[in-house]
Design a binder for this molecule. Sequence first.
Ligand code: FES
Length: 100
Amino acid sequence: MTKITFHLPGQERVVAGEAGKTIMQVAVQAGIPGIVGECGGDMSCATCHVYCADQTGFKPASADEQDLLELVDDLRDSSRLSCQMKLTETIAEVSVEVPE
Ligand code: FES
């Protein structure tokens, strides 16, 4: 299990995520506001945008992911599509910020 800390405007939520799931899937299941996952992880909606400063253990963003990220508001160097961030058994914890 990976301990995922979601930093939301004015609050923090900590959720345990199973290896093999994406951060988007865990967030939607836990009802984290601001992560919608409208396309179900098909990389066509960007409603799963998060900021993640330390992405150790995750695969880097693909060219397709980077293309879609260009369309989000408030793009930062740490921007990721959380549907493309798959948890593995070696990732003990991760911290993500949910855009407003
Ligand atoms: S859920 Fe649609 S791009 Fe991530």
